[in-house]
Write a protein that binds this ligand. Structure first.
Ligand code: FRU
Length: 289
């Protein structure tokens, strides 16, 4: 089994389950409410840990009541918290989520008042302890410094980057990693209408990385560093009930296979299967049984 460090966010998710997504200015009653830990990298780590890997989280937390929910959940999943940077002021990132029972869609209003994890925090981590580093694509300047350090000190340490949102300068990180995981949203905002053409255009930029892109019900696409084009149709569960974090689960499935030395085609199948299974279940528990 592998040792994986994830750098990015952990959040508090307040999920209201509604029959369908409300209109603006409408008042609706939620059929249930759940409070749990979320955040892209934290979600990915929790799944990797269920898959048997040793995981550690590098991120920030505010020293306030809601941080306990995050710490408890990650600890329960065996995620190591020794690299966490805790600050006295602020609020843990909080997502107010409407989860529609009609189609499992999740609509998120997010609030944060917390400094990002810095390269100075990252400098204290012993990179010898890890086989894989996974980064959430945010806080670009600092991540560039973190990746530069990793490349300098451990040139063979595998690094992946989640590219979910458009952020200024994020493209400058692409040449520094081994695996790039693009979201449909990012690709569309770049003006592309499909994953295959986008990935092919990326490849032309001489990136020495495996590229993946999730595309909702159309499934997932990949282009290997050796030029192999791959597509895996979506694994549809009997009923889609909860898509919150499906992309994070996909990333976990991918890393879990690649870190064990499996090829990208196998990794794409497993990641799609896991993400599909997740859409048929509430939350991230019971994913691996
Ligand atoms: C799901 C998620 C939620 C979190 C939000 C942050 O991918 O990580 O758990 O609230 O996205 O953007």
């Amino acid at each position: 089994m592998a040792r994986i460090l994830g750098v990015g966010n952990a959040t508090l998710d307040i999920v209201n389950v509604v029959d369908n997504y409300p209109h603006e200015d409408q008042e609706v009653r939620a059929s249930s409410q759940h409070l749990h830990r979320g955040g892209n990298v934290a979600n990915t780590l929790v799944v990797l840990s269920q898959l048997g890997h040793d995981c550690a989280w590098a991120g920030t937390l505010a020293d306030e009541r809601d941080a306990a929910i995050i710490r408890e959940d990650l600890t329960e999943h065996g995620v190591d918290l020794s690299a966490v940077h805790s600050v006295a002021q602020g609020k843990v990132p909080t997502s107010y989520i409407s989860l529609s029972r009609l189609n499992g869609s999740r609509t998120i209003v997010h609030y944060r008042d917390l400094p990002e994890y810095s390269a100075a925090d990252f400098a204290r981590i012993d990179l010898n302890l890890f086989d894989w580093l996974h980064f959430e694509g945010r806080n670009i300047e600092q991540i560039r410094l973190m990746l530069a350090r990793a490349r300098r000190e451990q040139p063979n340490l595998l690094c992946s980057l989640e590219v979910e949102k458009v952020r200024e300068g994020i493209e400058s990180l692409f040449p520094l990693v081994d695996v790039l995981m693009f979201s449909k949203d990012y690709v569309r905002r770049q003006g592309w209408h499909d994953a295959e053409h986008f990935l092919a255009a990326m490849k032309k930029q001489q990136l020495n990385a495996d590229l993946t892109c999730t595309w909702g019900s159309k499934g997932a696409y990949a282009l290997s560093r050796t030029g192999e084009q791959l597509h895996e149709p979506a694994f549809a569960p009997k009923m889609v009930v909860d898509t919150l974090g499906a992309g994070d689960v996909f990333n976990a499935g991918l890393i879990a296979q690649l870190v064990m030395g499996h090829n990208l085609d196998i990794a794409l199948i497993e990641a799609s299967r896991l993400a599909g299974k997740k859409c048929g279940l509430y939350g991230l528990k019971r994913l691996v049984e």
